[in-house]
Design a protein around this ligand. Structure first.
Ligand code: NDP
Length: 329
């Protein structure tokens, strides 16, 4: 083993309980959707993951299709586990998911038992793990009985391949149904993973946090920085190594004048609070205590460090919240 984790790794991180479960997650978790494929230097990936763990980020979020290309993020993370983190396995919460297109044919996406169970087996092989801590249905499948999808989640827990199960991108109504089926099966829903940020508040109108609270489940939001829009990344133009330039998931058209005016207005509020815009966006997304964790992405160690530092100022006055709302329109 050539990595010794920092002795003080639990001194400053905040942990929040996921619903009424026994599991606590770091308020900031690290996602490997981008920045962990073969297009990025492996050493930098490894530095980000090591630094995260040293800062108390115990939760790493993966999925079968992360890379690009699909599968490579799990392979790279498996390499880091083997060389650095294996001795710390019991201090880590590692998740994976299945739902989006992973392999050709009728069994390579959506929510069948056939797909979910074989995909988890593949993920475990790529990461060199015997089990994941959380296994997710990555998206609701309108054509598969929810009983089958939830039955597959229950089965992976009973077979020891996952400790807890979650759902991602399910709305309130779908969440309530999924939670009821899982409760009947005896495998409670741990968490839902929706998108959420200052620029994407669909879960509020949907009542998702109320539904999750009633179900005893937690909430872990993804893309809380709107993939980098809620940072200083694009204030002076579009850097060549940024997500807009390197990914199909964020585009130049997302940076229109109205959007950038909003971002600058929020930046002024952040400055008054002595925070960066990214830190303001993260603190704001954590303002409801039912928000268990946020999954951030980071293309560098300094980004990761700055984001974790957001946790030192999570308080908002009513006036500040109202002013933020006025910018979001
Ligand atoms: P974010 O909104 O946190 O965006 C991360 C990106 O923002 C980084 O790659 C970087 O962009 C930029 N950034 C981050 N911190 C800073 C900073 N301090 N200053 C300047 N720029 C910064 O989240 P992601 O969209 O990356 O998603 C996070 C995770 O959520 C994923 O890895 C995945 O685990 C999960 N997810 C789940 C989905 C689902 O369907 N369940 C869908 C999407 C994500 P740059 O690369 O330009 O430097």
């Amino acid at each position: 083993v050539n990595h010794l984790a920092a002795d003080d790794r639990y001194d400053t991180m905040t942990y929040r309980r996921s619903g009424r479960s026994g599991l606590r997650l770091p308020a900031i978790s690290l996602g490997l959707w981008h920045n962990f494929g073969p297009d990025r230097p492996y050493e930098r990936q490894r530095d980000i993951v090591r630094r995260a763990f040293d800062l108390g980020v115990t939760h790493f979020d993966l999925a079968n299709n992360y890379g690009p290309p699909p599968g490579t993020a799990e392979e790279n993370f498996g390499r880091m586990l083997a060389t650095d983190l294996k001795p710390y396995r019991d201090e880590l919460v590692i998740s994976s998911k299945a739902g989006y297109l992973m392999w050709p044919g009728p069994y390579g996406e959506w929510g069948s038992r056939k797909y979910l169970i074989s995909s988890l087996d593949q993920s475990l092989r790529r990461m060199g793990l015997e089990y994941v801590d959380i296994f997710y249905s990555h998206r609701f499948d309108p054509d598969t009985p929810l009983e089958e999808t939830m039955g597959a989640l229950d089965a992976v827990v009973r077979s020891g391949k996952a400790l807890y199960v979650g759902i991602s991108n399910y709305n309130s109504e779908q969440t309530a149904r999924a939670a009821a089926i899982l409760r009947d099966l005896g495998t409670p829903l741990l968490i839902n993973q929706p998108s959420y940020s200052m620029l994407n508040r669909w879960t509020e109108a949907d009542g998702l946090l109320d539904t999750l609270e009633a179900a005893g489940a937690g909430c872990i939001a993804y893309s809380p920085l709107a993939q980098g829009l809620l940072t200083d990344r694009y204030l002076g133009g579009i850097p060549s190594d940024s997500r807009v330039r390197t990914s199909v998931f964020l585009n130049e058209s997302d940076l229109d004048e109205k959007r950038m005016a909003t971002v600058r207005g929020l930046g002024a509020i952040a400055e008054r609070r002595g925070q960066s815009l990214a830190q303001l966006a993260l603190a704001w997304a954590l303002r409801d205590p039912r928000m268990t964790s946020l999954i951030i992405g980071a293309s560098s160690v300094p980004q990761l460090e700055a984001n974790v530092a957001a946790l030192s100022n999570l308080d908002f006055s009513a006036e500040e919240l109202a002013e933020i709302d006025s910018h979001l329109g």
